[in-house]
Ligand binder design. Structure first.
Ligand code: NCD
Length: 306
């Protein structure tokens, strides 16, 4: 049985197969409409979510399966003190696969150790968010035609942003990838990512504070929200929250074929006026997130459609 805890759980070849499956699903949705008939997905969300929970649910419904779950910790027995391991033992009796989001790093890992069904990590604290990474990879592949030989700007909260951490882990496996890490000093990419991932793999990167300085050389700009819920005090958050605002004026200095991605939700970091720019890819990214999660569910359940 397979789980998805980190994007590294799939080899580069397996990722390639998964992304091709997602592309086939997009092209021929009808072929897959009943692939999961009789199967159930449980979504166990101990932290707020819009896209991640609903896209997993949409994915299972599009495959002809059914869904169940909870969307807040306080509507589950977690409030009565139930452990993650007891909850997953229980859910294993009801569902065929589950997606779990939890504020504690490693909680989905604890779950998979006690689970009889595949567990998908739908975000664990400031640690990882592998299904967002699958979404990001499919978006880049669809829009740029490749995953290698690219300069990627990661902008915003690189300290707490789990989507950034997972995306870096995934992209360093492709050749010719360079990163520009754009953040205020306080929200820099943590040492365990810089030293243990980028330096160890000799991946070229530079760190800059000003977005304007990075824009002209980017193929992809990956914007992120300042992760309010991970700050220890409100004052620091308020000081940081509007540090970056991508607007129409800044977009003028970006290459014509650069693509702007954002895992969403957006707060202020991308002005709404940018949505009309053909380079704004974040809502396409939302759509790709459904296809890639359909491909993921089929893969983890080992269901093949000819
Ligand atoms: C992200 C997350 O939850 O980490 N959202 C998402 O799943 N698309 C990003 C965020 O909350 O800022």
């Amino acid at each position: 049985m397979r789980h998805l805890m980190s994007p590294l759980d799939f080899s580069v070849e397996e990722l390639d197969t998964l992304l091709s499956l997602a592309q086939d699903i997009e092209a021929h949705p009808e072929k897959y409409a009943h692939a999961c008939a009789g199967k159930k997905l449980a979504t166990l969300f101990y932290e707020p979510s819009t896209r991640t929970r609903l896209s997993h649910e949409a994915a299972m419904l599009n495959l002809g399966g059914s869904i169940m779950g909870f969307s807040t910790a306080d509507s589950s027995s977690a409030t009565k003190g139930e452990s993650v391991s007891d909850t997953i033992r229980t859910v294993s009796c009801y569902a065929d696969i589950c997606a779990m989001r939890h504020p504690k790093e490693g909680a989905p890992m604890v779950a998979c150790e006690h689970s009889r069904i595949p567990v998908i990590n739908a975000g664990d604290g400031g640690h990882q968010h592998p299904t967002q990474t699958l979404t990001d990879l499919l978006t880049i592949k669809n829009l740029k035609g490749r995953l290698d030989n690219m300069t990627i700007g990661l902008c915003g909260d690189l300290k707490f942003g789990r989507t950034v951490h997972s995306l870096i882990h995934a992209l360093v496996r492709y050749s010719g990838i360079k990163f520009v890490l754009i953040s205020p000093e306080e929200l820099r990419l943590p040492d365990y990512m810089r030293l243990d991932v980028l330096d160890k793999k000799n991946v070229p990167y530079k760190e800059v504070v000003r977005l304007e300085d990075a824009l002209p050389e980017l193929d992809i700009l990956y914007m992120t929200r300042v992760q309010k819920e991970r700050f220890f005090n409100e004052e620091d958050y308020v000081r940081m929250k509007d540090f970056y605002i991508l607007d129409r004026k800044k977009m003028k200095s970006a290459p014509q074929d650069m693509q702007v991605l954002h895992p969403l939700p957006r707060v202020n970091e991308i002005a709404v006026e940018v949505d009309e720019d053909p380079r704004a890819a974040y809502f396409k990214q939302v759509q790709y997130g459904v296809y890639v999660r359909m491909a993921l569910i089929l893969t983890l359940l080992d269901i093949h459609v000819d």
